[in-house]
Structures are given as C-alpha cells and as structure tokens.
Design a protein around this ligand. Structure first.
Ligand code: MHO
Length: 203
C-alpha cells in the first residue's frame, strides 16, 4: 500500500505492544501501524528470542493531521512512564527517526517532568533498525475478536496489517474510537453484511 508524499514515521516502546498498537491505530492522521522489536543490536530478534530489543510500535502518520507532539501524548497515555519497566522488553522509549524528532522528544520529556514533578523512565534514542514482529502480534486486539478478526484477515489478506481501516478497527476493538467516528467509519466500509452487523454490536 503506497502512502502519500509527506507521510512520516515514528516509533515508540510503551510496554506490551498490543495496547499501543490499538491506541495509535485509533488516531485520526495515523495511516498505518506495525508492531516490532527495536532499540537493541541483535540482528534477528523474535518474540521468544528478543535479545536486547524492546517491544515497539511503528506508526506512519500525516503530520498535517496529527503532530509528533500529539503522538507523544498518546505514547504517554499508553503506559506507566514513571516506573522503570521490569524488563528491557517493556521499557519506555522514544526511538527518533531523525534529529528533529530526537530534539522534540527530549523537549517533551523535559516538559512532562517539569509539569508533573515526576521523572520519566523514558529513554530517548535514535532508531537504528526496526524488526517487524510475527503476524499473530499485529492488530492483536482485533485478531482476538471472535469471528470478525478471522473474517477480516481473510478478506484483507496481505493488506490486513497495513490497512488504515484495520488499524482503526483494531483501535475500536480496544475501545479507543468514539462512537460518532465509528458510525461514519462503518458506513464508509464495503464489508459483507454479517461482518458489519458484528462490528456494530461492539458499540
Ligand atoms: N502479558 C502478556 C504480554 C504479551 S506482550 C506481546 C502476555 O503474554 O499475555 O508482551
């Protein structure tokens, strides 16, 4: 799936990646989400052999609709950023894609410390490599919904993981999309009636 010119990417580690995948997927302006492993040096991490990596979500977004600072707010809302994570797998980390993101993430971390009087456990680093996680971790909240997850996966096939609609539905499965936007989203979808009926039951 091609993304329009001007699309930017951002990567965040905020605990188990299933939750942030859904939160970011629910945001207007986010075109795509993908969970993976990053922030370490191991060349070939997998879920059961993570090495020194951390669970992260990578987000493709339109900066005209949602700013990097707004993504940072969602990042904060996704996890407990003032407690050290029990394992490096779940550490709080902003992995900047360039110097500009790096500076902005550092500023946001200083600002939130100042505002709340709590010191963030968040690391801010430059992203080196992103390793996509296994398919069963992608859009996990949606996948775990009986019927709908399977049907949508079959319907979308290869496009499932990268689809914007699937990202929103994943957000909704976790309760993050408001009802008015959900109705509009469903109305715009050309899905088989039984799936639509099931999706409507979630409201
Ligand atoms: N406690 C969760 C963590 C999964 S997350 C992908 C579980 O294993 O069910 O790290």
């Amino acid at each position: 799936l091609d993304l329009p010119n001007g699309t930017e990417t951002a990567t965040f580690g905020a605990g188990c990646f299933w939750g942030p995948d859904a939160r970011f997927g629910a945001l207007e302006g986010v075109a795509r989400t993908r969970v993976g492993y990053a922030g370490g040096a191991d060349p070939d991490p997998t879920y059961f052999a993570l090495g020194d990596h951390t669970e992260v979500v990578r987000v493709a977004y339109d900066p005209e609709i949602v700013s990097y600072e707004e993504l940072l707010e969602t990042f904060r809302a996704s996890h407990d950023w003032h407690t050290d994570a029990p394992k490096r797998q779940y550490r709080s980390v902003v992995l900047a894609h360039d110097d500009d993101q790096y500076e902005r993430a550092r500023r946001e971390r200083d600002a939130i410390a100042e505002r709340t009087g709590r010191s963030p456990a968040t690391d801010v680093e430059l992203l080196e490599a992103f390793h996509a996680a296994e398919p069963f971790h992608q859009k996990y909240e949606l996948r775990s919904r009986p019927i709908v997850g399977d049907e949508l996966e079959t319907l979308y096939g290869e496009a499932f993981v990268d689809s914007t609609v699937v990202a929103r539905l994943n957000g909704f499965a976790a309760g993050h999309v408001d009802r008015s936007r959900y109705d509009a989203l469903l109305a715009a979808l050309d899905l088989p009636t039984p799936i639509l009926a099931e999706l409507r039951r979630w409201r």
